[in-house]
Design a protein around this ligand. Structure first.
Ligand SMILES: Cc1ncc(COP(=O)(O)O)c(C=O)c1O
Length: 481
C-alpha cells in the first residue's frame, strides 16, 4: 500500500492516513469489498501506532468508506461503488435542452455591436463612451478613502437591504437634480446601477404584454430590447429637427420613452413646444413619460435645457439619470426620480434583484459631490469636450462631402448621407482602415432599416486624432459615393 504520510505536517497522522486511504478508494485503487490490511500490519508497514491506524479506520467507517466485517477486519464498503461510479462518457449523457427550459425572450431586434478593439484603433470615434482619461481619479480616491474611514465605513460596507445611502440621495436632491431644474424629496429617488438598470426596473414595474410603448424612431436600441422583453408593443414616433413628433392622439399608448435633452441617436433637443405638448397630452390621455436624461450636461452652445421632469406638475414623468457619461460607465451608477409609489415598487423589485448598488460606490459618490469635486469635474470635462466638439465641427465641415448640422450638445454626431449612401459598408471599410465609426441602421425599428446614416462619437477620441481621423473617414466616404 503506497501511502505518503508526513509527520512534520501540523495535521495529525491519523487524519493524513484517513485522507490518503479515502483518496485511494476514490481513485479506484481498491475494489469494492476488498479487504484492507489489518491495523497491526498497516501500523508496522507505516511505522505508526496501531491506535493511529484504528482511529483512521474508524473515521473512514463512520463516513461510509469502509465497512467492518466481524472477525475478519475492514473492507471497502460494497455500497460505495454506486456513489463513486464514474459518470458515463459525455456522448452518452442525455443533453439538457436549455433553450426549451429557458423559453423565448420575445425579442428579435438587432443589437448594438461594439468591436472589442475599438479603443486601440488610431481613430476611435466610439459612440456613447466618454473619455475615461478625464476621470477625476484623485478626487475619487480621496472620497473613497474617506468612505472607508471609521466615520463612513459602516455606511459603505453594511447591508442596506432595500435602502440607499442617505448621503448620496441628499446630495442628488440638493445639488445634482436642482441643476436640471428638478426638485425632489428623498422618497422620490432610487439609486440604480445606471440608467439601463432604471429602464429595466421601470419596465418590470409598468409593462406587460397588454401595454404599448411609444419610442423615438430612430431611437435607443437597448431601451427597445428591454420593452420588448416585457412583451410590450412598440409604437415608433419619427424624429424631426424638433425632436420626437407627437401625434395628437396617444391615448392607446401606456408609456412614452424619450431622450429630450439630446435625442439618441441624432442629438436633436426636444423643442419647448413639443415638451409642453407631450406633458399636456400625458395628463389628458393618461400615459406615463420615461425621460432618459443620459448626457444632458454636455451642452456647448447656450445653456442645458431643463429636464422635462422640471416641468412635470402631475408626476407623470419618470426621470432616469446616470453618472455614466459625466464620470465613467464602468461605475454603473445612476438614479430614478419618480412618484413615491413608483419608487417604492422599484425599490422592492431592486431588492430581490441586487439589494442595492454597492454602498462603497454610493458613499464615495456622495462624498465627492459634497466636496464639490463632482461639479468641478463636470466643468473640466465640458471644457475638454467643447474643444473636441469644435475640432469635430471644423473637420466635418472640411472633409464630409455633404452639409452637416452640428448638434449643440451631446457626445456624438449623426451623419445621414444622401439617398443610396451605404453607411454599413463605409463603417466596415473604415474599421479595416483604423477608423471606428458606427452605422445607424440598428437604431431603426422600421424594416428594411435605412442604411444611410453614420454615427461618430467624439467624446472618447484623442483630441489630436479628430482632424486626421475625420479626414481619413472623408476619403473613405468619397470612395462610396
Ligand atoms: C440613451 C441612453 N440611455 C441609457 C444608456 C445607458 O446608460 P447607463 O450606463 O447609465 O446604463 C445609454 C448608454 O449608452 C444611452 O445612450
Amino acid at each position: 500500500m503506497l501511502l505518503q504520510l508526513d509527520p512534520s505536517q501540523p495535521e495529525p497522522l491519523y487524519r493524513q492516513l484517513r485522507v490518503a486511504i479515502a483518496e485511494a478508494i476514490e481513485k479506484g485503487r481498491f475494489a469494492a469489498g476488498e479487504l484492507l490490511p489489518s491495523s497491526r500490519a498497516l501500523a508496522a508497514d507505516l511505522d505508526l501506532s496501531r491506535n493511529t491506524v484504528n482511529m483512521a479506520y474508524q473515521e473512514l467507517m463512520a463516513e461510509g468508506f469502509l465497512e467492518s466485517i466481524p472477525r475478519v477486519g475492514y473492507a471497502v464498503n460494497r455500497d460505495l461503488r454506486r456513489y463513486l461510479a464514474k459518470p458515463p462518457p459525455v456522448e452518452e449523457t442525455p443533453r439538457i435542452d436549455w433553450q426549451e427550459r429557458m423559453g423565448e425572450l420575445g425579442d428579435d431586434l438587432p443589437h448594438l455591436e461594439k468591436p472589442a478593439e475599438r479603443h486601440s484603433e488610431p481613430y476611435a470615434f466610439v459612440v456613447g463612451e466618454p473619455d475615461v482619461s478625464l476621470f477625476p481619479t484623485r478626487s475619487w480616491m480621496r472620497a473613497m478613502r474617506a468612505a472607508m474611514s471609521p466615520e463612513h465605513a459602516a455606511s459603505s460596507l453594511g447591508d442596506r437591504f432595500d435602502t440607499d445611502d442617505p448621503l448620496l440621495v441628499e446630495m442628488l436632491c440638493r445639488h445634482v437634480l436642482p441643476a436640471r431644474g428638478i426638485s425632489a424629496s428623498s422618497e422620490e429617488v432610487l439609486i440604480t446601477m445606471g440608467s439601463q438598470n432604471g429602464l429595466y426596473l421601470v419596465s418590470r414595474a409598468l409593462l406587460d404584454p397588454k401595454k404599448r410603448v411609444a419610442v423615438e424612431e430612430p431611437g435607443y436600441p437597448d431601451a427597445r430590447h428591454i420593452f420588448k422583453r416585457r412583451g410590450a408593443r412598440l409604437v415608433p414616433l419619427p424624429v424631426d429637427d424638433q425632436g420626437m413628433t407627437i401625434p395628437a392622439n396617444l391615448s392607446r399608448v401606456d408609456l412614452v420613452s424619450v431622450t429630450p435633452s439630446h435625442h439618441y441617436p441624432t442629438n436633436v433637443t426636444l423643442s419647448v413646444g413639443r415638451r409642453q405638448q407631450l406633458l399636456s397630452q400625458a395628463a389628458a390621455q393618461d400615459f406615463i413619460i420615461v425621460e432618459d436624461d443620459y448626457d444632458s450636461e454636455f451642452r456647448y452652445q447656450g445653456r442645458p435645457t431643463p429636464a422635462l421632469k422640471a416641468l412635470d406638475e402631475t408626476g407623470r414623468v419618470v426621470y432616469l439619470g446616470s453618472f455614466s457619461k459625466f464620470l465613467a460607465p464602468g461605475l454603473r451608477l445612476g438614479y430614478v426620480v419618480a412618484d413615491v409609489a413608483l419608487i417604492a415598487r422599484l425599490r422592492d423589485l431592486r431588492r430581490y434583484m441586487l439589494r442595492h448598488p454597492p454602498g462603497l460606490l454610493q458613499r464615495t459618490m456622495g462624498l465627492m459631490i459634497q466636496a464639490g469635486d463632482y461639479v468641478r469635474s463636470i466643468r473640466r470635462s465640458r471644457i475638454a469636450l467643447k474643444d473636441k466638439w469644435e475640432r469635430t465641427a471644423a473637420a466635418v465641415e472640411h472633409h464630409v462631402p455633404w452639409e452637416v448640422t452640428m448638434p449643440t450638445g451631446g457626445l456624438s454626431l449623426w451623419l445621414p448621407g444622401p439617398d443610396g449612401f451605404d453607411a454599413v459598408a463605409v463603417a466596415a471599410n473604415a474599421l479595416a482602415e483604423g477608423v471606428v465609426v458606427e452605422d445607424g441602421s440598428v437604431c431603426y425599428l422600421s424594416q428594411p432599416a435605412p442604411r444611410n446614416a453614420l454615427r461618430l462619437g467624439f467624446a472618447g477620441t484623442k483630441a489630436d486624432a479628430i482632424e486626421p481621423g475625420i479626414e481619413a473617414l472623408g476619403s473613405i466616404i468619397r470612395r462610396h459615393l
